[in-house]
Ligand binder design. Structure first.
Ligand SMILES: CC(C)(COP(=O)(O)OP(=O)(O)OC[C@H]1O[C@@H](n2cnc3c(N)ncnc32)[C@H](O)[C@@H]1OP(=O)(O)O)[C@@H](O)C(=O)NCCC(=O)NCCS
Length: 432
């Protein structure tokens, strides 16, 4: 049975995250860099990892800060880490942390590294608001002008319309469609009724609430004392609604198609701030340093499709490839973690797994099959827990590795959809 790694098995040794906070709430004053530095500092402290052992650090983010474009290097420059850790940042939309993890794993498989930290962070509370071209030109003109008159002259060219800022939209540049509109279209194309979407959202909240209550979810988080006063502390994900009911969900109005829509704030993932990271090691180095791996990377795959078609359906193309690369089928999988951007997307992906048409598109002769719901997102998912774009992939990796161990399962599958019509899938093997 093939295993990723070129004969050098890549171990997931540990993972940690901040609580995920809805944007505009507890973490509103924090940047992605702040959140990323905090989680890596805590992960290193908790594992007792010697900074001198770290060969590389890779971090993902979707909305980079113009003030710190290489967030990974800023995270690697933590005071307790040596200054000699090469670090680079990656972006692949909602699978940015997965890109960071697979890039780091590739470095280990190639023998270029033995120990790596990989993850991602996002602050949707602090998305940059851009000036219009007209306003920017005037500012540049004024800064270049030598005289006061010249500066005033440049500024007087500003028109009222130039003062309207460019607000970032979570939309596809190639189609102009927002993610929510794409989810709405997928609900219609795949005949997914509102009730089914709401039921899935309710399931997510209930399982996440249970995972918080029994400590499984909180065991993967660090308490975050919010600067500058450190009076407030984030201890868990504030998007989880233990009190959610079918009635309350049914009462919500569709957001992206007000007239005929089924996608609401209740069955969508919320805009969220947070960070997550994992420690990866070669099997040999982990043993040499006395670390017990959680899981090994068995295989992974990326896929893409036309964004104008079903934007968030690419996991249906990535999963069969990752399973084939691992020499496995869905029947061999004990646990599935599927990113929940929208309930409509999750249910479309699950229908795609059972579809002959999508199987053939993935170059397979037969569909993957039905995912056993009792093995799916057993501690909830992004609809309830939240979705800081650059961090979610690392959250899911840690949760899948931990829960696979808890359940003494052998193989776990994760799948994520991403903007640009992309998808990711990875198979993990329990290390115990
Ligand atoms: C859908 C979306 C627009 C909603 O944003 P919002 O309106 O700020 O959402 P809120 O959290 O304020 O919720 C709106 C209302 O629904 C209610 N609500 C949300 N979830 C609920 C639930 N599970 N149960 C009951 N009520 C709920 C809120 O309480 C709120 O009610 P209020 O208006 O009475 O306060 C936003 O979350 C969004 O854009 N999500 C998608 C993000 C995205 O595209 N991600 C990329 C994925 S690829």
């Amino acid at each position: 049975m093939p295993t990723f790694g070129n004969g050098r098995r890549v171990a997931i040794v540990a993972g940690l995250r901040t609580p995920f906070e809805r944007s505009g709430t507890l973490f509103k004053s924090l940047s992605a860099q702040d959140l990323g530095r905090a989680v890596v500092a805590e992960l290193v402290a908790r594992t007792g990892l010697d900074g001198e052992e770290i060969d590389t650090l890779v971090f993902g983010t979707v909305v980079p800060s113009v003030l710190a474009p290489n967030i990974a290097r800023e995270v690697a420059l933590l005071p307790m880490l040596p200054k000699g850790i090469p670090a680079f940042s990656v972006s692949r939309a909602c699978t940015s942390a997965n890109q960071a993890i697979t890039d780091a794993a590739d470095q280990i498989a190639l023998g270029h590294a033995d120990v790596a930290i990989a993850g991602g962070a996002e602050s949707l509370s602090n998305v940059p608001i851009l000036h219009s071209r007209g306003f920017a030109n005037a500012l540049v003109g004024a800064s270049k002008a030598k005289s006061v008159g010249g500066k005033l002259g440049a500024l007087t060219r500003i028109r009222p319309r130039d003062l309207i800022p460019i607000t970032p939209a979570i939309a596809e540049p190639s189609t102009g469609e927002t993610m929510g509109q794409s989810a709405e279209k997928m609900a219609k194309l795949n005949h997914i009724p509102r009730e089914e979407q709401d039921q899935f959202a309710l399931r997510s909240h209930r399982l996440a609430a249970a995972g918080t209550q029994d400590g499984r979810l909180t065991a993967e988080m660090m308490p975050y004392y919010v600067p500058p006063n450190y009076g407030e502390v984030a201890l868990n994900d504030n998007g989880i609604r233990p009190d959610s009911t079918p009635e309350a969900l049914a009462a919500l109005k569709p957001v992206f198609d007000r007239k005929y829509g089924t996608v609401t704030a209740g069955n969508s993932s919320p805009l969220t701030d947070g960070a997550a990271a994992v420690i990866l090691m070669s099997e040999e180095r982990a043993k040499a340093l006395g670390y017990t791996p959680l899981a090994y990377i068995k295989s992974y795959a990326y896929a893409a499709l036309d964004p104008g078609e079903q934007l968030l359906q690419a996991p249906v193309l990535a999963a069969p490839l990752a399973l084939a690369r691992a020499g496995l089928t869905l029947a061999d999988i004990d646990l599935v973690e599927m990113h929940e951007a929208f309930a409509a997307q999750v249910l479309s992906n699950l229908r795609g797994f059972e579809s002959q048409l999508w199987a053939e598109r993935a170059g397979m002769t037969q569909p993957l099959g039905e995912v056993d719901r009792s093995r799916l997102n057993v501690m909830g998912g992004s609809i309830s827990i939240g979705h800081p774009f650059g961090a979610t992939g690392a959250r899911i990796t840690t949760t899948l590795a931990n829960e696979l161990r808890r359940r003494n399962g052998q193989f776990g599958l994760m799948t994520l959809c991403a903007a640009g019509g992309m998808g990711f899938a990875m198979v993990l093997e329990n290390a115990s």
